[in-house]
Each structure stands twice: as C-alpha cells, then as structure tokens.
Design a binder for this molecule. Structure first.
Ligand code: SF4
Ligand code: SF4
Length: 179
C-alpha cells in the first residue's frame, strides 16, 4: 500500500475541487480499494460519499500540487493524470500516473518539469520516480531509465553504477512500509 504523506495543513493549500485522482490511483486498505481503480465511494460531482467518515489514510493525504504552491497549475492531478507526492521512507518524489493515461508524464510540460525536479533533488541524494502501476522509471536531469517492476510502497534506494556501456542505476530494495 502506498504510504500516504502526512502534511500539516498550510493556509495557502489548494483545494481538491473536482479532482479525485488519488481516490483512483492509491491502494486504500481501509476501504478495500486496490491501486489504479476508482474507489467505490467516489463519484464525479459529489466526490467521496463517505467524506465525513473517510479513513485516516484519506484524511491525511495532500498531494504535492495541493500542498506546494510552487507546483504549477498544470500539475493538478485531474488535468495532468499524475499525482505527485514525497515518500517519507526515502524522501523520493513519486509521480504516480493514471494507468488509463500511461504516457501522460512524457507530455509537455510534465517530463521537462520532472527532469528539473530531479536536478534539484539529486544534490540531496533524492530521486524522482515515475510509477505507472508497478512499472517504475527513474527520471534524471538527463532523461529516463526504466527500473522494472516495484511497488511505490517499497523503501528503496537508487545508486549509480558504472559498466562497459556507461552509467546505469542499481536499485536496492528496503523494507515495505507495510499495511
Ligand atoms: S490528487 Fe491531490 S488534488 Fe486530487 S483529490 Fe487527491 S489530494 Fe486532492
Ligand atoms: S474513501 Fe473517499 S476519500 Fe478515500 S479513496 Fe474512497 S472516495 Fe477517496
């Protein structure tokens, strides 16, 4: 299950409005919702039918578009089809893509923005990972490198490696965040 990021409410926080993309993309165990499918409690228009009683996991999640005013409007998840969040286990920036629009992250302005974000984070040894389901891709300032199958809830590190064909990346898996 994705470890949803808990953030303090900020006065400048954006409103979800008609977006409900996290209600599709994430695994929410408390309502028995698999990743990548709309929650049975979600409906376009009214939104969450159990809003007052929604699970804590839902209450505590604020995507990066919502919580960070420096993230451009174009990144609103219902428009971009991408939910940005910071994974607390490793500080990586995760871009989780709607499996119904698996190439959305390659389109402008998203890929270029992801590369810029990767450039800003790499000094801190933090990475930008795109997930389409459990298909992971590392984004660096130079481009994109497929990492293979892994779950967003895995606490992993990505290390550069050097071989005869030039620089590559090695993924070292840690422990799952559980639930
Ligand atoms: S993806 Fe972000 S903006 Fe959309 S419903 Fe979830 S928290 Fe709100
Ligand atoms: S319970 Fe409500 S807030 Fe949580 S995933 Fe389902 S529709 Fe979204």
């Amino acid at each position: 299950m994705i470890q949803i990021v808990s953030r303090p409410a900020a006065p400048e926080r954006r409103e979800c409005g008609s977006c409900g993309m996290c209600c599709k993309l994430f695994h929410i165990s408390a309502v028995d919702k698999p990743a990548g499918r709309w929650c049975r409690h979600w409906a376009a228009g009214p939104g969450c039918a159990i809003y007052a009683d929604r699970p804590e996991q839902c209450r505590e999640f604020f995507c990066l578009w919502m919580s960070d005013p420096t993230v451009a409007d174009a990144w609103k998840p219902e428009r971009s089809r991408i939910v940005l969040s910071i994974f607390p286990g490793n500080g990586f920036l995760y871009a989780q893509v709607d499996p119904s629009a698996p190439h959305a992250w390659r389109k402008p302005p998203y890929f270029d923005d992801l590369r810029r974000m990767a450039a800003g984070l790499q000094e801190l040894n933090r990475r930008v990972i795109v997930f389409v389901g459990e298909n992971a891709t590392l984004v660096t300032p130079q481009g994109a490198t497929p990492l293979g199958r892994m779950s967003p809830d895995e606490n992993f590190v990505v290390e550069p490696a050097f071989g005869p064909d030039g620089p590559t990346f090695r993924v070292a898996r840690g422990q799952s965040s559980g639930a």
